[in-house]
Structure formats: structure tokens, C-alpha cells
Ligand binder design. Structure first.
Ligand code: COA
Ligand code: MG
Length: 299
């Protein structure tokens, strides 16, 4: 699977921003029909997304679109109109505010029918956003829906804060006075549910796009908990996020040395051995392999 270090959200109604996004160096761009597009603008935005998907050069990056929630009146046209007209150009659909597994199942069933009917060669992946108390309560069941098609769970910090009653006005931001990482439990739970089902785990956006230090702090927290990537809402956030989810060269070289040292130790019929002043065993190799996979390297 191609990396998802950064997913840049772009309003599906704004061709100028969409064109700019197509030229950026980012793993995934998502063209939004939900909260960044006013309800009256959604029918036109669907056509803008279709045009952008068909006509622009996306330079090999994964292109996704975000529909409105399954419970909304926009849902079926957001999904069907765009998938039928440009589903062969779109790698994934993002489903927001998923509260129950049936919602993800519904999207999967409709996509299957469209793909068969249209003769698309590639299937359209699903990524779901967990951004409510109910969604978090059901995250383990949601993560198990549509194996092979569901690829990622995404945290939605703004809607989640509102759903829980967490004070604060900055999406994905800190709340003054809280001593630790505000989203530790939510992100960890999403990551566990994702990994238990072989999915990727993606952190949501940080809305203060003029605050690079805040972005760095929240991105680092997500990375250290185990996330694969994070959303961006502004081009200025893309490079720092992509960079932070790319393993550093010295980290990579050490991981390669570790895997090699363990291979030698196994050949000598040893399980645990000394490596650069530490103990390594089979668990260390799994950690090293994850680092190498993040860099897209074979081992
Ligand atoms: N994708 C692509 N291009 C973007 C962009 C985005 N998300 N956000 C801004 N840009 C472009 C602007 O058009 C501008 O381009 P230009 O220099 O060619 O004129 C450039 O980047 C600089 O933008 P800037 O002036 O700093 O910001 P802005 O005031 O134009 O836009 C926002 C600010 C917040 C309105 C805008 O970033 C945005 O709409 N972000 C996405 C919102 C979204 O998707 N929300 C839903 C998910 S949470
Ligand atoms: Mg949301």
C-alpha cells in the first residue's frame, strides 16, 4: 500500500485550490464535499471534483474525495454521482462521522455495485472518520467492516471535541490547563482498532495553520503513538507533516544494522544478543521492520 503520511484536505468547490494541490508533493489529496463546502454549493462541487479528477495531472498521488455522512440527504449523490463519473480516477472515498458499522458497510456495497456496473479495474478504497462518542464506542466493530476495502481510520478532533463536550475552539488544538496529551486515549483507541484489522491510522487536522510549532507538537504526538500520517488543511502544513512521518536516515541505517545483527544471531542459534550496547530480540526486529516499511524499504 502506498504511504499516507499526509492527506491534504481541499474544498471540492474551489478549482484554484484543487489545481494548486495537484502540483504539491503530498501522498494524498482529498477533495471535500462535507464541512468545507456550503450546502448550496455541493451539487456544483460534485461536478468540479469529477472534472478535477478526470482532467488534472495528479502526478501519481492518491486522490480521494470526502462525501457527506451516510445519514445526510447529500450522501447518495455525493457517492454515486462522483464514483460513477470519475471512480476510475479516485483511489479512495472518505466517509465522515461514521457512528456504526452499517454505515461503512452501506458505502462498501454501493461501491461494489458501481465498480461492477462500470467495469472499473481498481476498487475504490474506504477511509472512515471516527469523530463522535458513538463512533468511538463502536470503533472496533467499524474497523472490521469491508476487509480489503477499508484501509484507514481517521480521527476527527473538532467534531469529537464537540461530541464529548471538550472546551476549546481550535480544531486539533490544545486546551489551556490540560496537563498531558488531550487526544491520547482517543488516538490510541483508534490505532489499536486499526492495527487489529490491518488498517492505517491517521490523525486529523490542526486548524491553526500559522502555528508551525503547534503543528510540530501535535504531529509528533500522533507519530509517537503509532499513527501513519496526519491531515493538513493548508499547503504550508504539508511538507512538515510529510517530513515528520518519514524516518530519518540514521534511524533507517540503525534499523538495517539491527535486522542484520539479528539474522546473524539466529544463524548462531541465539535468540537475544547484544547490539550497540543494548539487548535485541525478535520484538526489536519487528520494531525495526516497521521503521523500514515506513520508508517503503524492503528488508
Ligand atoms: N489546498 C490547496 N490550496 C490551498 C489550501 C488547500 N487546503 N489552502 C490554501 N490554499 C492556497 C490558497 O489558495 C493560496 O494560493 P495562492 O498563493 O496561489 O493564491 C495559498 O494556498 C495560500 O493560502 P492562504 O492565503 O495562506 O490561505 P487562504 O486564506 O487562501 O485559505 C483556508 C485559508 C483555511 C480558508 C484554506 O486553507 C482552506 O480552505 N483549507 C481547507 C479547509 C478544509 O478542507 N476543511 C475541511 C477539512 S477539516
Ligand atoms: Mg469532521
Amino acid at each position: 500500500m502506498k504511504a499516507r503520511r499526509c492527506e491534504l484536505s481541499v474544498p471540492g468547490s474551489n478549482m484554484k485550490m484543487i489545481t494548486k494541490a495537484a502540483g504539491l508533493n503530498v501522498d494524498e489529496v482529498l477533495l471535500d464535499l462535507e464541512d468545507s463546502v456550503a450546502p448550496e454549493g455541493r451539487p456544483e462541487a460534485r461536478q468540479t471534483i469529477v472534472r478535477a479528477a478526470r482532467e488534472l495531472d495528479w502526478q501519481g498521488k492518491r486522490l480521494a474525495w470526502r462525501i457527506n455522512p451516510v445519514s445526510s440527504p447529500y450522501f447518495y449523490q455525493d457517492l454515486i454521482e462522483v464514483a460513477e463519473a470519475a471512480g476510475d480516477k479516485l483511489g479512495a472515498v472518505i466517509v465522515p462521522k461514521v457512528n456504526r458499522p452499517e454505515e461503512a458497510y452501506t458505502v462498501a456495497a454501493i461501491l461494489s455495485a458501481i465498480e461492477t456496473n462500470k467495469g472499473f479495474e481498481q476498487q475504490i478504497a474506504i477511509e472512515v472518520q471516527i469523530e463522535s462518542a458513538e463512533g468511538m464506542n463502536n470503533v472496533e466493530k467499524i474497523a472490521a467492516v469491508a476487509p480489503g476495502r477499508l484501509e484507514a481510520l481517521i480521527f476527527g478532533p473538532g467534531d469529537y471535541a464537540a461530541s464529548l463536550g471538550v472546551p476549546g475552539l481550535t480544531i486539533g488544538g490544545k486546551v489551556d490547563g490540560y496537563p498531558g496529551h488531550l487526544w491520547h486515549y482517543a488516538l490510541s483507541r483508534i490505532i489499536v482498532a486499526a492495527r487489529a484489522n490491518g488498517l492505517e491510522a491517521i490523525d486529523g487536522p490542526y486548524a491553526a495553520f500559522k502555528d508551525p510549532a503547534g503543528l510540530e507538537e501535535t504531529t509528533l504526538q500522533a507519530k509517537l503513538l503509532g499513527c501513519d500520517g496526519k491531515w493538513a488543511i493548508h499547503p504550508g502544513q504539508v511538507e512538515p507533516i510529510q517530513q515528520m512521518f518519514t524516518p530519518a536516515q540514521d534511524e533507517l541505517e540503525r534499523a538495517q544494522r539491527l535486522v542484520e545483527a539479528y539474522r546473524v544471531s539466529l544463524a548462531e542459534r541465539k535468540g537475544a544478543v547484544r547490539f550497540e550496547g543494548e539487548m535485541i530480540d525478535a520484538a526489536s526486529v519487528k520494531m525495526a521492520e516497521r521503521t523500514l516499511r515506513r520508508a517503503g524499504m524492503n528488508f
